[in-house]
Design a protein. Structure first.
Length: 364
């Protein structure tokens, strides 16, 4: 699963990317500093892995990951190719979710591409460009469908009506994710189009240090402006996150965070929020060789979860042995949990819960 960091130039995208990935994407005070997208595979923070590690003492521990892409700053007119817009919009299309960074701080030393600070305006600029690109895609599709609908094809006539409605919504500045489609209509007609404004979005309000805990007036305005479903908002200070990232010792980071009144870095919250935004959760495998977190969509069945490890596991699935994470920790080991009757044997249609510790039996 891949998430793309977007926003206007000079809002803190590359600084934030560096904090998330520990890579050093170029970050500078001029527009289009990032042209080719930077890609980082980010570990998902999960304290449960640490506890399983303490109990099992495996040779290695492997966390779940998400892929984050630092996409260059969009500008007004991007849908028409302004500022290399077509290239950047293509990069967004390849992602599963959008992390939209909004500048919510004043600083005369950091140039804003539009000359003033207004995160709601900035948000709307990006929204409009994505809507315009979606409108282009839907209109092209509609032209093809309409030709077939004229022949009397009932299915095409139904699709034509749906697409006409979508065109109207986009022209009224609605994002696709905010529209209530029936499940059947969405799967048949909308999902295959891979529309940009259909992607779930996390708005990141980039604030100054003083506003990390409480937010500020800019943040409040952003909150009022967000009406989309499948949209969330978090507050962090990219500059402070960068300083935390420079500290090598765990204890130093802890002291720094305590001084700021934070329990964990904002970057951790962002990664967890992105994971949630993508409707993902985690199950574990635990053994002497490794303790590992596996990423699956919420609602996945046991056979599908097995397929994440290897396709042969799904093809030859027989059964799975399951211990809930809380029981595993409570009893202190797989053996003790089993002796207490806390290990269940489940079939392929078992819906995996977040935190399940699983062992698969298969035969190919």
């Amino acid at each position: 699963m891949k998430s793309g960091i977007v926003g206007l130039p000079n809002v803190g995208k590359s600084t934030l990317f560096n904090c998330l990935s520990n890579s050093k994407a170029q970050s500078a005070n001029f527009p289009f500093c990032t042209i080719e997208p930077n890609i980082g595979v980010i570990n998902v923070p999960d304290n449960r892995l640490d506890k399983l590690n303490d109990l099992v003492k495996p040779k290695k521990v492997i966390p779940a990951t998400v892929e984050i892409v630092d996409i260059a700053g969009l500008v007004k007119g991007a849908s028409k190719g302004e500022g290399l817009g077509n290239k950047f919009l293509a990069n967004i299309r390849e992602t599963d979710a959008i992390i939209h960074v909004l500048r919510c701080f004043d600083n005369d030393n950091v140039v804003h591409v539009d000359g003033s600070i207004d995160p709601v305006r900035d948000k709307e600029i990006i929204d409009i460009e994505l809507q315009l690109k979606d409108l282009e895609v839907v209109t092209k599709k509609l032209e093809k469908v309409a030709r077939v609908a004229k022949t009397g094809n009932k299915e095409s006539q139904k699709e034509e009506a749906v697409l006409n409605s979508v065109v109207q919504d986009l022209e009224n500045s609605k994002n696709i994710r905010s529209i209530d489609f029936s499940k059947d209509v969405y799967i048949k007609y909308i999902k295959p189009l891979q529309l940009l404004t259909d992607k779930p979005v996390l708005y990141v309000c980039n604030v100054e240090e003083e506003s990390i805990l409480t937010g500020n007036n800019y943040v409040e305005e952003v909150k009022k402006s967000i009406k989309d479903k499948f949209a969330e908002i978090i507050i962090l200070a990219a500059r402070i996150e960068s300083e935390i990232n420079e500290l090598s010792e765990h204890e130093e980071r802890k002291i720094f965070l305590n001084d700021l009144g934070l329990d964990e870095p904002g970057s951790n919250k962002l990664i967890k929020s992105t994971y949630s935004l993508l409707s993902l959760h985690t199950y574990f495998t635990a053994g002497i060789k490794e303790v590992r977190a596996w990423t699956i969509p919420i609602g996945s069945k046991a056979s599908q979860a097995a397929g994440v490890i290897h396709s042969d596991f799904e093809k030859g699935f027989i059964k799975t042995e399951v211990i809930s994470y809380s029981d595993y920790i409570s009893y202190g080991s797989e053996l003790k949990a089993k002796e207490a009757g806390k290990m269940r044997v489940e079939g392929k249609d078992y819906v995996v819960n977040d935190g399940d510790v699983m062992h698969f039996l298969f035969n190919v």
